[in-house]
Unconditional design. Structure first.
Length: 239
């Protein structure tokens, strides 16, 4: 595990974008696993900037996103489909048929999850997976649990996640209570993993995930078992 402690969010975003850009340069037809949330916005801004300057080409890239709220359609401004188009897909030269997000509007949980696993399989697996980390240690929407879930599944969001995400909705009652998420098994199958964590509120959970025991009650702790993980944080976690 490689841990980069950087001075601020701007540097974190630039370093993360460099790793993603390097992946695209080395393998133009790579598969990127992507995340939503506030953490990657600066990273996506950098990628957009470099693409506009002609330094980066997304024309052969394929993406699979980690998760999507159950019950929100593409047009909903808090759906992850909407987020990804707003912050990245509509601003770079990626093919619109090369981007994949779980189908949050499919009410049939089993069908939606199976279909998404088929998509991930059909694109040949993930070369580089970008992750954020939740205040409770979740990755994707893999919430603290008593086991690690392998494949795409439907989760009941925890109070902590609903509260954390309510800042983006008009009221807490509007926050969906369920989501479809890529499983831990799929995340761990990615060839490389890049986790970004900024802000004081991520410091303690990040320390526990990296230096504590590997447990499904802190889903991100599983990353200790992956052979190629880079963590970039603007917090001092090594003291
Ligand atoms: C989002 C996702 C989540 C977020 C996490 C951190 O696709 O997978 O695990 O990465 O909730 O969110 P932010 O970045 O908003 O703190």
């Amino acid at each position: 595990m490689r841990i980069l402690e950087v001075k601020d969010y701007e540097t974190l975003s630039e370093e993360a974008a460099k790793i993603i850009a390097a992946q695209i340069t080395l393998k133009p037809n790579c598969v990127l696993g992507l995340a939503t949330g506030t953490s990657p916005i600066g990273t996506y801004d950098k990628l957009v900037e470099w693409c506009a300057e002609g330094k980066l080409d997304f024309s052969e890239v394929t993406t699979v996103n980690l998760d999507e709220y159950k019950g929100l359609d593409h047009e909903h401004n808090q759906s992850y489909w909407y987020f990804m188009h707003k912050y990245l897909f509509d601003r770079v030269n990626i093919r619109k048929d090369a981007v994949h997000v779980p189908d949050g509007f499919n009410p049939n949980e089993e069908e939606a999850c199976k279909a998404y696993d088929e998509v991930i399989k059909s694109v040949g697996g993930i070369d580089l997976q970008l992750l954020g980390i939740g205040p409770d240690g979740h990755i994707g929407f893999n919430e603290p649990d008593d086991c690690f879930h392998l494949n795409t599944h439907c989760v009941d969001l925890t109070e902590s996640t609903i509260t954390a995400n309510s800042r983006l909705f008009n009221s807490i009652d509007e926050v969906p209570t369920k989501a479809y998420t890529m499983g831990i098994g799929t995340i761990m199958s990615a060839k490389r993993i890049l986790l970004i964590a900024n802000g004081e509120n991520k410091k303690e959970i990040l320390k526990q995930a990296i230096y504590g025991k590997v447990t499904p009650s802190i889903p991100a702790s599983i990353l200790q078992m992956h052979a190629d993980v880079t963590i970039i944080t603007d917090q001092k976690i090594s003291d």
